[in-house]
Design a protein around this ligand. Structure first.
Ligand SMILES: [Zn+2]
Length: 435
């Protein structure tokens, strides 16, 4: 049995909480007595483990950037107890064999739930639907399908995919980007791209697909999820769809809540990301959309790349940033410290709602007796400085290196197991804790 003493719930109540047999078995008003062997929760918040619906763990195929194990360690360090892994591995996760392999690797790592996302089309080629039914029936029980990295741009394929997933209550997560409008694009199309002479990526390339897919989802009465919304216009379209009662959900990444396209001015590929960093006006609209709940969730789009793919000329650099270990802190900085949200809202956007959209019944639940013990302790008042060399991820491509951020995740309980103890991560094979 694990006993946590003196932790504060987002509603302000200070509690002692017992975990046994993967579940919360007792909650009482804190006595403040730190008995031998108890976990010291004093001056910390206790909240449900975070759920990331959009992460790239690169295995199989690019184990030089990340593996399921190193990615799981990175997730735990960031306070996540479940991640959904995108299908653009090599081979692509477009069949039951590959999703089962990723699922098993996640179980072996034993730190967080690793839930594979299946590809919508074979080989992400946008032409022929994958074996979605076989992936849904596999031990990985896939419910989210996405060609992320690429847009399902053919409207007929998108329509069929939306229709197909209805049979098992699945969802299509779209990387909304009209490919014809983004050929060779390197950054946001705007005054900065014009000044520094990089090919631009117009907001309308994203908005045109969001608008089309909202209408398709309404037409076939299916579930649509929009990945990484980056534009003010995108937020407006999703607002319109929700008012109309269309079953659409959306995510924003932490980096799009903080960073803007003028950072690209010195041609540093660390700021190269797909979709691109936009303008301050977009950042403000994304923050407001998230606070309002028009954008449902935060998802990291954790995209590890080895240094040789980032320490190069801008044109040659890979798109993407790591994000699992900084996500919570960036959301605290951009949404809580600005007064737009409180901790209960953060729990909703980073745990409750993503678990609900993804259909993970043991995640994102309220803290109550009988509930699965997927919990984290956070010191909200502690600040830390991001040091890329100390990240647990195998890749170090963070745009936040050197930045001071609020909030430190100290402990993580995954299915009742203490997988991170005072920042030390459990090595499941040896049963020991270490950096
Ligand atoms: Zn994407």
């Amino acid at each position: 049995m694990i006993k946590i003493v003196g932790a504060k719930l987002p509603d302000g109540n200070v509690i002692d909480l017992d975990i046994d047999n993967q579940k919360i078995v007792k909650i009482e008003k804190s006595t403040g007595n730190l008995s031998a062997g108890a976990v010291d929760g004093r001056s910390k918040l206790i909240i449900p483990g975070l759920v990331d619906m959009h992460t790239h763990l690169r295995e199989p195929g690019r184990e030089d950037s990340e593996t399921v194990l190193t990615g799981s360690r990175s997730a735990v360090a960031g306070g996540f107890t479940a991640v959904s892994t995108m299908a653009n591995t090599n081979p692509v996760a477009d069949n039951a064999g590959v999703v089962e392999q990723i699922y098993r690797l996640g179980k072996e790592a034993g730190l967080v739930d690793v839930n594979p996302i299946g590809a919508v089309t074979n080989g992400l080629n946008g032409e022929k639907l994958s074996e979605m039914g076989a992936m849904a029936d596999s031990i990985a029980r896939v419910r989210i399908f996405s060609d992320d990295g690429k847009c399902v741009s053919d409207p007929l394929i998108m329509r069929r995919a939306l229709e197909y997933v209805k049979t098992f209550n699945g969802i299509i997560a779209q990387h909304a980007q009209e490919p014809r409008l983004t050929v060779n694009a390197q950054m946001n199309e705007g005054s900065v791209s014009a000044r520094i002479g990089l090919p631009g990526w117009p907001a309308i390339a994203e908005e045109a697909i969001i608008a089309r897919d909202i209408l398709l989802a309404e037409h076939v009465q299916s579930r649509l999820h929009i990945c990484h919304v980056t534009t003010a216009g995108g937020v407006e379209l999703i607002r319109w769809a929700k008012q109309r009662g269309i079953d659409v959900t959306a995510e924003v990444t932490p980096h799009h809540l903080l960073l803007t396209d003028d950072l690209v001015e010195n041609y540093d590929p660390i700021y190269k990301v797909n979709p691109p960093l936009r303008t301050q006006k977009d950042v403000m609209a994304l923050r407001e959309g998230l606070a309002e709940g028009i954008i449902d969730i935060v998802a990291t789009d954790h995209a590890p790349h080895p240094s040789e793919d980032k320490d190069c000329e801008f044109h040659a650099g890979a798109f993407g940033m790591v994000g699992l270990e900084t996500a919570l802190s960036v959301v605290v900085k951009t949404m809580i410290q600005t007064g737009l949200m409180d901790w209960s809202d953060l729990v909703d956007r980073m745990s409750t709602r993503p678990a609900k959209i993804a259909g993970y019944p043991t995640q994102g639940r309220e803290i109550a007796v009988g509930m699965p013990a997927n919990l984290i302790l956070v010191n909200p008042d502690q600040e830390w400085i991001v040091d890329k060399n100390k990240l647990k991820s195998k890749s170090k491509n963070t745009p936040f290196n050197g930045l001071q951020l609020p909030a430190v995740v100290t402990d993580v309980f995954h299915n009742g197991e203490h997988v991170m103890k005072n920042r030390q991560i459990l090595n499941a094979k040896e049963g020991s804790y270490g950096e």
